[in-house]
Design a protein around this ligand. Structure first.
Ligand SMILES: Cc1cc2nc3c(=O)[nH]c(=O)nc-3n(C[C@H](O)[C@H](O)[C@H](O)COP(=O)(O)O)c2cc1C
Length: 312
């Protein structure tokens, strides 16, 4: 996740169990782009002990091919193309999710990248731009270009992050493609993970916001799928996570109120799992002191926390 799941964040995740596989933030690819150094560091200094997939976003074929070749010199498990980013600044330039309006162009990009990438080439997609019907036309393109793994976020681009996840369409992708499919969208609890896997036949899950909200989620899913009891953190353990997160992602030399902005970005996700009152208040704090006073007020207790979002 752009500006969220960076190298320091990955390091923190691994202390909580962590994922089986990590995707980098996307490398923005334009005719004049080079490899973004902080994102490249998450590959060259990968602290996770797990494979890393490098993600690219862009639409210029020459630049994408050049970037894929540059990435090929680094220790990556695959190169991924982003066909899902819903940010208007991205899709208006016909990149990310914007490409889903232009399947002939996707066809050309996939063909050129397939020829240029000797290793694994993967794709992350939404169902379509403004209609989920696009997926049906997209899947044969993935098959034609022998994509090695496809992640499907079960929403259209225009849905952004609202609306239910179309398990039926992720299932359609799983059934029709011979490569593994990962299901993505709204996995916030071990039960969500189990449901998504069961209903879609997906081979695995991609988890975004849920990992920030609940770094124990990966371990909890493993426990649940193995038929074991789920271990939930206490309020104080969640508080300790937020302190660690602050130490990890914030630069203490940046004065407030700007200094506290970065942790508020993460707290927006975490707050969805705490309470609507916390979420409302955290969006308004202007200093580190006020932020931690609020966290203490809501989390200084020994009760188990499910960290399930009420609001999404
Ligand atoms: C702040 C933010 C940044 C994101 N950046 C990326 C990205 O760089 N690449 C990507 O494939 N998806 C990105 N996503 C989308 C997530 O990977 C995921 O598809 C989406 O949030 C739905 O899954 P979730 O409900 O597990 O979060 C981002 C999402 C958010 C909220």
């Amino acid at each position: 996740m752009q500006d969220v799941t960076d190298l320091p964040f990955w390091r923190l995740m691994t202390r909580y169990g962590g994922a089986d596989l990590y995707y980098t933030e996307y490398f923005r690819v334009t005719p004049s782009s080079g490899l973004d150094k902080p994102i490249l560091a998450s590959i060259t200094q990968n602290p996770t002990d797990r494979p890393v997939i490098a993600q690219m976003i862009g639409n210029d074929i020459v630049a994408l091919v050049r970037t894929a070749k540059e990435l090929g010199y680094h220790p990556i498990a695959a190169i991924d193309l982003n066909l899902g980013c819903p940010a208007p600044v991205v899709y208006r330039k016909c990149a990310g999710g914007g490409l889903l309006r232009d399947l002939p162009r996707i066809d050309k990009i996939l063909g050129a990248l397939r020829d240029a990438i000797p290793g694994k080439f993967t794709v992350k997609t939404r169902l379509g731009f403004d209609t989920e019907k696009t997926l049906e036309a997209l899947l044969p393109l993935f098959a034609k270009h022998s994509i090695d793994l496809v992640t499907v976020h079960g929403r259209t681009v225009l849905q952004m992050y609202t609306g239910g996840i179309r398990y039926d369409l992720i299932q359609m992708a799983s059934k029709s493609l011979s490569c593994p499919v990962l299901g993505n969208g709204n996995v916030s609890t071990p039960a969500d993970a189990e449901t998504l896997l069961r209903e879609t036949g997906a081979r695995g899950l991609m988890i975004g916001r849920g990992a920030v909200r609940n770094p124990w989620l990966f371990s909890q899913i493993r426990e649940h799928l193995a038929g074991n009891a789920i271990t939930y953190p206490t309020g104080r353990e969640v508080l300790a996570y937020i302190h660690e997160l602050y130490e990890t992602v914030c630069d203490p030399s940046i004065p407030d109120p700007k200094g506290v902005q970065k942790i508020k970005k993460y707290a927006n996700f975490i707050g969805e799992g705490i309470s609507p009152e916390f979420l409302h208040a955290v969006r308004r704090v202007g200093s580190k002191e006020a932020f931690f006073a609020l966290c203490k007020e809501h989390l200084d207790h020994g009760n188990a926390m499910l960290l399930e979002p009420e609001l999404i």
